[in-house]
Write a protein that binds this ligand. Structure first.
Ligand SMILES: C[S@@+](CC[C@H](N)C(=O)[O-])C[C@H]1O[C@@H](n2cnc3c(N)ncnc32)[C@H](O)[C@@H]1O
Length: 327
């Protein structure tokens, strides 16, 4: 499970001292409904309490999704050790915290966001956080208005493209890529609409000469056709406050996300291998996998009687890369 770092949990707890949970739960329900209805943050988040409600209800999930994406980036590019981060549409800074966990040598961060309440809370949360996040460069600005940010070796836009008008998304991705000297990670909700935004970005990045690291094992046309869509899931624990915000009883949740990792040529070292696109299905005969490989979609079953391969296949989950030695 991808849990929030202890320092972030403590910072959130400090922010929540004396704040009515009942009021936050009402705000969280209202903001979730508005987000689901397609409103962007500008129309949803008006002040400190709204951001706190967002932080309680959504930060653990967006952090967990980014942590999963960065773990895959680190696996694909083990020699990559970014020093400078741009977090575009940084919100409460969830992606930056996940980046600092994945790459402890990160030295500095730039946060670009249109929302003052988001930027304020992000800075307060990071005061006792990882060194790279304690004094970030904070840019209040509009991602669609062209490049107003420094070049960095790591660029992330997490749950941010969703708020960019469709016609501007490819341009924003192009601008993020232009300022990226190493690796770019895009993370979106794991919905058909989120996947469509990833597909748009994928095309823009391929055209710009980017190297796709994950989840795609190739740069050919995506073989998934509607109603199917490429997405993954990560499990995260729910704190007592988180449970209350969601009106939930189960002490964990599964966050569905879609993503794309692209890099400058030479950054990745691991070979591309097929990706497990759905939860594996175990039966008496073996384990059935849905894979995306260089030849497109593929169904592959590892027979139970092939004991060594079956033992390796049992460790494989949704989203994992197919180990070449498990065939
Ligand atoms: C749903 S929040 C995601 C925040 C954070 N990245 C995360 O993963 O939790 C989207 C963020 O993008 C910002 N945003 C939306 N449109 C923007 C734009 N055109 N320029 C800059 N920031 C924008 C919002 O203010 C908000 O902070």
């Amino acid at each position: 499970m991808n849990e929030l770092p202890a320092a972030l949990r403590a910072a959130l707890a400090r922010e929540l001292e004396g704040v009515s949970r009942k009021d936050l739960a009402v705000r969280a329900a209202r903001t979730s409904e508005a987000y689901r209805a397609g409103k962007g943050s500008a129309g949803v988040i008006q002040g400190r309490e709204d951001v706190l409600a967002y932080a309680l209800a959504r930060l653990p999930a967006t952090y967990a999704a980014c942590a999963a994406v960065f773990a895959e980036a680190a696996r694909m590019a083990p020699g990559f050790a970014p020093k400078r981060l741009l977090d575009a549409g940084s919100g409460t800074g969830a992606a930056s915290w996940a980046a600092a966990q994945a790459w402890p040598r990160l030295a500095s961060a730039t946060w670009l966001d249109a929302s003052a309440p988001f930027l304020d809370l992000a800075q307060r949360l990071a005061v006792a956080g990882p060194a790279a996040l304690r004094a970030p460069e904070v840019l209040r600005g509009d991602l669609t208005s062209g490049r107003g940010w420094p070049n960095t070796d790591l660029v992330v836009a997490s749950y941010a493209l969703a708020e960019i008008p469709a016609a501007a998304q490819a341009g924003v991705v192009g601008a993020l890529w232009a300022g990226c000297e190493g690796l770019l990670a895009l993370v979106e909700p794991g919905t058909p609409a989120g996947f469509q935004r990833i597909l748009t970005a994928r095309q823009a990045l391929i055209s710009a000469g980017a190297d796709l690291l994950a989840p795609c094992p190739h740069a050919e046309a995506c073989p998934l056709a509607s109603p199917d869509w490429c997405h993954f899931a990560v499990r995260l624990p729910r704190s007592r406050d988180h449970l209350m915000m969601k009106g939930a009883e189960v002490p964990f949740e599964d966050e569905k996300f879609a993503y794309l990792i692209a890099a400058r040529p030479g950054v990745a070292a691991a070979p591309r291998s097929p990706r497990v696109l759905a939860p594996p299905r175990a039966s008496k005969g073996g384990i059935a996998f849905k894979l995306c490989g260089p030849e497109g979609l593929e169904a592959r079953t590892v027979a139970r009687r092939d004991k060594p391969a079956h033992a390796r296949a049992r460790r494989l989950g949704w989203g994992d890369a197919w180990p070449p030695d498990a065939t």
